[in-house]
Structures are given as C-alpha cells and as structure tokens.
Design a protein around this ligand. Structure first.
Ligand code: ATP
Length: 235
C-alpha cells in the first residue's frame, strides 16, 4: 500500500531522516519505534506532505506522492492523528469531527453517519459531543484526534505517539481500540516511544535511531530481540 524509498529529510544542517526504506501492506499495523528525536514525527509528517523531503520517493497505492500537497494526500487516503493531539481547543467535539471531514466533500448526512460510527468506536466522545475540546481530558483529546483523522475515511491511518502523556489505563483502552480498528480492516502506521505497547499490537515494526532504520522485522521477534530489549524495553 505504501512504499518509501531512500527518504532523506533535513532541517537546515540537521539530518532528521537518512535514506529510510519502509513499506506497509494493506491490513497491517506497522509500528515505528525509537527514542526522542529519532525522526518518527518527521517521517509521519513527510508522508502527510507537511514536511518536504530532500530526496527519496514515496509511493501510495503505486502512485508517486512525493511532491503532493497535504490536502491532496488526505484525499488520496492518508490521514494523520498528530503528536500532542492538536485538537482545535475552542471548537466542540462535533466541530472537530466535522473539520476532519473537510477534505472529503461528503454531504452533511454522510458526515453525520460517520460521526455516529465514531461514537460507536469512542463512546466517551458521544457523551461530550457539544463540549469544547479544551475541556476534555488528555485521553479523550487523544480519542478525538484519532476520530478526527478517521473522519477523512482514510485507507492508511498515521498515529503519532497516541500514548503520550496519558494515564496507563486510558492508554490500554486506546490501544485496544487501535487493534479493533485494524481488525475492522484499517491499515495503521503507529509511531510510538512506548515500544512494548506498540510491538504488542503490531504485525511488523521498524526501529529508528538518529534518522536511520537500524532494525526491522516481525513485531513478536523484535519484542524478544536482545538489542531492542536493552535499548527500548527496559532490559
Ligand atoms: P519525538 O518523539 O521527541 O517527537 P521523534 O522521533 O518524533 O521524536 P522528530 O521530532 O522527527 O523525532 O525529530 C528528529 C530530529 O529533527 C531531531 O533532532 C529534532 O530535533 C529535529 N527537528 C524536528 N523538527 C524540527 C524542526 N522543525 N526544525 C529543526 N529541527 C527539527
């Protein structure tokens, strides 16, 4: 579904990604693990067209999307839930969800149907539809950010650090929903510092260190890999 070849991204003199090769097949959850500053966010933002690559190619469903604007990328079927949630704080939950559907040009009836689907996935959002998003807890805002990304009806969902700053119990709930979304057919690329959580729900994973892929493979075997255990799983 997505093929990335030799992707390099610089911020001035900083090389954030160095010739990264990556692929994800339809129906997979693939995680991208690595510590702070490894380049995970940069990778996701480059796929979304928010950061321009220095070199390399990105193919989505066999089309080259390397130089396409971000709103076009959403229309093609890639949408992202950003790091730090970035919900629109003064808008209600419902308005945030409408914003997620902005690029789809769906009728308001279709959008309402999609909102009903989001309430099935995230019942907590249903209870808070008319509240301003700033009033939601961190975990609820994370749910809203994921639901907002789903409102674009993506084929590939990019999730950036969905566990960040959220209470462990709520993280478990969110990860359960991510697994269920995948079982329902959604292809998911998950960037996560919490390698254990990410590997547990993924089919495959890539380990990123200082902008370079240092390991890749089946998530289950990476969970038992000595180097990964030492560096990312606490020994
Ligand atoms: P984190 O989880 O902390 O966000 P990350 O793995 O997502 O880490 P990135 O945010 O992609 O990593 O950062 C990769 C490198 O690029 C880091 O060295 C970071 O300091 C640098 N970087 C990221 N964004 C910018 C920017 N806008 N301008 C300059 N340097 C940047």
């Amino acid at each position: 579904m997505l093929l990335v070849e030799n992707l390099s991204v610089n911020y001035g003199a900083i090389q954030a990604l160095k010739s990264v090769n990556f692929e994800i097949f339809q129906g997979e959850i693939v995680s991208l693990v690595g510590s702070n500053g490894a380049g995970k966010t940069t990778f996701l933002r480059t796929l979304s067209g928010l950061v321009k690559a220095k070199s390399g190619k990105i193919f989505f469903s066999k089309s080259n999307i390397s130089n396409i604007e971000s709103h076009e990328i959403v229309k093609l079927g890639i949408s992202q839930s950003p790091e730090g949630r970035m919900v629109f704080p003064d808008m209600t939950v419902k308005e945030n969800l409408f914003m997620g559907a902005f690029c789809t040009k769906n009728s308001s009836q279709e959008i309402q149907k999609d909102i009903d689907k989001m309430i099935d996935w995230f019942p907590r959002l249903g209870e808070r539809m008319n509240q301003k998003s700033i009033l939601l807890s961190g975990g609820e805002q994370q749910m809203l950010a994921i639901a907002r990304a789903l409102m674009a009806r993506p084929k590939l969902l990019l999730l950036d650090e969905p566990s960040l700053g959220i209470a462990p119990l709520v993280v478990q709930q969110i990860f359960k929903i991510i697994s269920e979304l995948n079982r329902g057919g959604m292809t998911i690329l998950l960037a996560e510092q919490n390698a254990r959580l990410a590997l547990k729900i993924s089919h495959r994973a890539y380990v990123l260190e200082l902008g370079t892929v240092i390991k890749k493979g089946e998530a289950q075997s990476l969970l038992h890999d000595d180097d990964v255990q030492r560096a990312y799983l606490g020994g």
